[in-house]
Design a protein around this ligand. Structure first.
Ligand code: AMP
Length: 216
């Protein structure tokens, strides 16, 4: 099964994708995490895309598709399924996704949250630079204060989690990704979820649908 999470930045895709990966033994593919890794490692690709992500714009399709394929080629096959966080974001990426393990069914969820809550969530988000775990200073603070509860890594505020870039990312989402969501909606593969509640609440809603799916 290929599970796809849609939603504006700050809708909680990354956090709930972690929960799904853990509970269903799905492999998580977060293009944002993979891109940030390239930037952190100062690879050629990372240097090329750093300014683009810093402005809240999308990295070009061919680069993102290559990143996804490269990740899949160097990781073991996921026997249970895949959870995609932040991919696809354009129609070309959506088309490409259908060619990845084409025998597996796609099911997608749209996490719906309003703009005020998005800004509140993102401006208080903390991310572990080592394992990418996500915290929130207001609603899910790390138990140990400044360090990641899972790996002890340093927690940082993402550079693109400032109000100006957040607004740009929402604008890009509405322009570039809304048509992809419409495409999934029209194909009958989209389930809409109220994502304004807690992580557990959102996870339970999604799990309810996943548990109803026939096994691949
Ligand atoms: P995210 O962590 O999903 O919010 O992604 C952070 C940034 O990485 C985005 O603002 C884009 O610049 C870039 N990015 C992540 N995923 C994609 C994608 N599928 N297509 C293009 N750019 C992406």
């Amino acid at each position: 099964m290929k599970v796809i999470l849609f939603g504006a930045p700050g809708a909680g895709k990354g956090t709930v994708a972690d929960q799904i990966a853990l509970n269903y033994q799905f492999k998580k593919i977060s293009t944002g995490d993979l891109i940030r890794q390239e930037i952190k490692n100062e690879t050629e690709l990372g240097k090329r895309v750093k300014a683009i992500t810093g402005r809240g714009e999308l990295v070009d399709d061919l680069t993102v598709i290559a990143i996804v394929k490269n990740f899949l080629s160097r990781s073991e096959n996921a026997s249970r399924g895949y959870i995609f966080d932040g991919f696809p974001r354009t129609l070309l990426q959506a088309k490409e996704l259908t060619t990845i393990n084409p025998q597996e069914r796609e099911i997608s969820f749209l996490l719906k949250v309003d703009k005020d809550l998005i800004i509140k969530r993102l401006t208080s988000r903390l991310t572990c630079i080592s394992c990418n775990a996500i915290y929130n200073q207001l609603t899910n603070p790390p138990r140990s204060g400044q360090k990641c509860d899972l790996c002890g890594g340093k927690l940082i505020k993402r550079e693109d989690d400032n109000e100006q870039t957040i607004c740009k990312r929402i604008e890009v989402y509405l322009k570039e990704t809304a048509p992809v969501i419409d495409y999934y909606r029209q194909s009958g593969k989209l389930i809409e979820i109220d994502a304004s509640g807690t992580v557990d609440d959102v996870f339970q809603q999604i799990a309810g649908h996943l548990n109803d799916q026939p096994q691949d």
